[in-house]
Design a binder for this molecule. Structure first.
Ligand code: URA
Length: 435
């Protein structure tokens, strides 16, 4: 077998056999096939696509390229959620303790911010002392003790994805449904979850901006997971406007605590309860999504989810008392209000633009080696449909210096659309549930 024939075959739109897929994945990981040939193959896959059987084999081969965590049989089942990424998306921080408080164990391996979307690990790293680099033994210990554990991915998990994702990033081959499916699923399978819930974002701030692409990705994730023997649900959610009011690492931790205290904004809580319902249903803890949502609301109302969150902070090295003292006060040195230049109704807040405006502040990063800051970001005062008068504050920008604050503030002002008439606003962020 040789790689040139495999590239040629895919270039001509033919299907690859399981042996050919195994050959190129293994060859890339062991270094016998160079970057330039895998780049050509990835581009051929980008244009020609893959049928479901090829995607399943690719996913399986990628999982087998590294180590798979084996979680103890008890206490199962283990259910995880994966979001395709958004702006202000702190759902994992709220969802994991809710679901864990209801008896479902959540082994969560998350990522860092890249591009305009935020990363769960960067948010958690803003809690002093909190470690997101757990050893496998500590991951299992924390998971067993408080019901959820949050960590980054170790180097020996799915090395094929680490190598291929880096290559896709520099060869314009990221936006391929077969490649995204195999990339996401291989990592989720390797972390040992029994069932998976996908939050597939759609809209301006999403990775898959059109509904059609988001639906195709969701269907591909659910189908491929099922073919490989895991229960998977997908929920398509709107990401045209940042979720909640806070965008920024510690600011989002703070908003997550408010959510767990029962004071969360409606949009963020709707997405959280919907995903929690799917996880509870997948774990057999709720007979219906309606019941799952109700249980989720109760875990917030009775304080059990908040207790679970603080237990996790302590188990992962943070100090809950110190965290509580930082709430409302841990902010970057410069704060700059952004005020409305005219009166009207908030008809849009461009999530993509807000995500991009956060990168130079240090909310996110444009390349993997960039450092993020814990204390910068945006705290909005308004949301869709709100009435504002000229001079009202729309948002506060927190920045390390005046120049970066001013440049971000100008972008925020441009991202907030004020309409002269009261706009018809979305009734729900849940676009579709795929069970
Ligand atoms: N996230 C991933 O983990 N992989 C992709 O290919 C795209 C987004």
């Amino acid at each position: 077998m040789n790689i040139l024939d495999i590239i040629r075959k895919k270039r001509n739109g033919e299907q690859l056999s399981p042996q050919e897929i195994a050959f190129f994945v293994q060859g890339y990981v062991d270094g016998s096939i160079p970057d330039y040939q895998i780049s050509a193959l990835l581009m051929a896959i980008f244009f020609r696509g893959m049928i479901p059987a090829e995607i399943s084999v690719l996913t399986r081969q990628m999982i087998d390229s590294g180590r798979v965590i084996s979680l103890p049989e008890n206490p199962g089942p283990y259910v995880d959620k994966h979001s395709t990424g958004g702006v202000g998306d702190k759902v994992s921080l709220i969802l994991a303790p809710i679901v864990a408080a209801l008896g479902v164990h959540v082994p969560m391996m998350s990522g860092r911010a890249l591009g305009h979307t935020g990363g769960t690990l960067d948010k958690l790293d803003s809690i002093p002392g909190y470690t997101t680099a757990l050893s496998e033994a500590d991951f299992v210990r924390v998971l067993g003790s408080c019901g959820f554990a949050m960590t980054g991915q170790s180097k020996d998990i799915v090395p094929a994805d680490r190598l291929m994702y880096a290559l896709r990033d520099v060869t314009a081959t990221v936006e391929s449904i077969p490649l995204i499916t195999a990339s996401i699923l291989s990592k989720k399978f390797a972390e040992g979850a029994d069932a998976l819930v996908f939050d597939v974002k759609t809209g301006r701030g999403a990775f898959m901006a059109t509904l059609e692409d988001a639906e195709q990705l969701a269907a591909s994730l659910v189908r491929t997971a099922a073919e490989l023997g895991k229960t998977a649900y997908a929920v398509l959610t709107d990401m045209s406007v940042p979720l909640g009011y806070a965008v920024g690492n510690f600011l989002e931790v703070e908003e997550s605590v408010q959510c767990l205290q029962g004071n969360g904004p409606d949009d963020l809580m709707e997405v959280t309860h919907s995903l929690a319902a799917c996880m509870l249903h997948a774990a057999g803890k709720a007979d219906s999504l309606v019941q799952g949502r109700e249980l989720s609301r109760q875990a917030v109302a009775d304080g059990s989810a908040l207790d679970c969150f603080y237990r996790n902070v302590e188990l992962q090295g943070g100090d809950p008392n110190q965290l509580q003292k930082m709430l409302g006060s841990f902010r970057a040195p410069v704060s700059l209000p952004v005020t409305a230049r005219s009166s009207g109704w908030v008809a849009g807040i461009d999530a993509l633009e807000i995500g991009l405006a956060g990168i130079p502040l240090g909310v996110g990063r444009s390349k993997t080696t960039d450092q993020v800051r814990p204390d910068v970001g945006f705290m909005f005062d308004v949301t869709l449909g709100d009435r504002v008068d000229s001079g009202d504050r729309l948002c506060t920008v927190y920045a390390a210096d005046q120049a970066s604050a001013e440049s971000a503030a100008a972008r925020v002002l441009g991202a907030v659309e004020l309409a002269p008439e009261q706009p018809a606003i979305r009734e729900s962020l849940i676009v579709k549930e795929m069970l």
